[in-house]
Design a protein around this ligand. Structure first.
Ligand code: SF4
Length: 337
């Protein structure tokens, strides 16, 4: 296939980043292709650090050949022969029997795919932190500019894609792409990863996968850490965003249960580089320490901390605490935070 033809196919199919950002793939590809750098890299991000999300693991378990094919197509497009397969240690240990032979197979075709095994963490999947890790630097975010497409690793541009995006690329190239995406469903009768229509409404996904609850519930959509909260009525019109997960919570879930899950996670995963996130996440966790399920939640204290994290955090991790907390407060409790 001609390179220009693949680019048009990616655009027509509407292929976007499936790590959460949903940036159009064809724009990224073209931007890097147009750069004159003699060396460029393709990097596959298989970090998947969001709470409860398992779709990249599922894809690698079932369709690893397609993911590597997607990497190869991207390398051909950029006329490069080297890439990185960045994967968290837990996944690698379970999937190495699939990954290592593919690396070897591609080596025989003169493609060098370096497997980089990271210690599992939320920040490890953040773009700048991931690139720093590959360069052997501290696993912390970078300034957003210059973008990895310009200055990624070792002074060279990087085309960075999530596992699912590269899988989609391979499907598009073979005319098998059907405008579907993968969704991790948790808290239902049949937890697992499902292939669903990309623009399907959340409630419809639950019905079609036999996961629609027979109890009152709310859902978190787009990641167990950063996803937004919707009531069951809102789930009728909400579409699946972010990394495509849906987590069902019974409406008996207490404020304490929900918030302590979120606050504990962010306090543990903050990389410590900036004060708003490092101290903010610590303070949020402290506010709940010593409370129990029936305690009054100190929203007046929570609100300003959330605002500081939203405005002042250096990277997306610190800011991403805002959507779940704010949407929970608004949609479930009817208060503004
Ligand atoms: S927002 Fe959090 S994770 Fe991001 S740089 Fe600051 S401390 Fe690190």
């Amino acid at each position: 296939m001609q390179q220009e033809e693949l680019l048009i196919k990616l655009e027509q199919a509407g292929i976007v980043g499936r790590g959460g950002a949903a940036f159009p793939a064809h724009l990224k590809w073209k931007r890097i292709k147009d750069l004159s750098n003699p060396k460029k890299y393709v990097v596959c991000n298989a970090s998947e650090g969001e709470i409860g999300v398992q779709k990249d693991f599922y894809i690698l378990q079932n369709f690893s050949e397609e993911v590597f094919k997607g990497m190869m197509l991207a390398m051909d497009f950029l006329e490069t022969k080297e890439g990185y397969f960045y994967i968290n240690r837990n996944y690698y240990e379970q999937l190495k029997s699939k990954i290592d032979p593919l690396v070897e197979l591609f080596k025989q075709k003169s493609y060098i795919i370096n497997v980089f095994i990271e210690e599992p963490s939320y920040i490890g999947g953040e773009t700048g932190a991931l690139l720093n890790a590959i360069e052997g630097k501290k696993v912390q975010p970078r300034f957003e500019s210059p973008s990895p497409s310009v200055l990624g690793i070792f002074g060279c541009p990087v085309l960075l894609h999530n596992v699912e995006t590269l899988y989609d690329v391979a499907r598009v190239a073979t005319d098998k792409f059907e405008k579907t995406r993968f969704s991790t469903i948790l808290g239902g009768n049949k937890n697992g990863v499902y292939r669903v229509n990309a623009d399907e409404k959340v409630a419809e996904v639950l019905r079609k996968t036999n996961n629609y609850p027979d109890f009152d519930f709310f859902v978190q959509v787009g990641g167990g850490a950063s996803g937004e909260i919707f009531t069951k009525e809102q789930a009728e019109t909400a579409t699946i965003g972010g990394c495509g997960s849906i987590e069902i919570y019974p409406s008996t879930t207490t404020d304490y249960d929900f918030l302590s899950k979120i606050f504990n996670f962010y306090e543990k995963e903050s990389c410590g580089k900036c004060t708003p996130c490092r101290d903010g996440s610590w303070q949020l966790k402290k506010l709940l320490d010593g409370l129990d399920k029936k305690s009054e939640i100190p929203w007046l204290e929570i609100k300003p901390i959330i605002k500081v994290m939203e405005k002042g955090s250096f990277c997306g991790l610190g800011k991403s605490i805002v959507p779940p907390v704010r949407s929970y407060a608004k949609n479930i409790l009817g208060i503004e935070v």
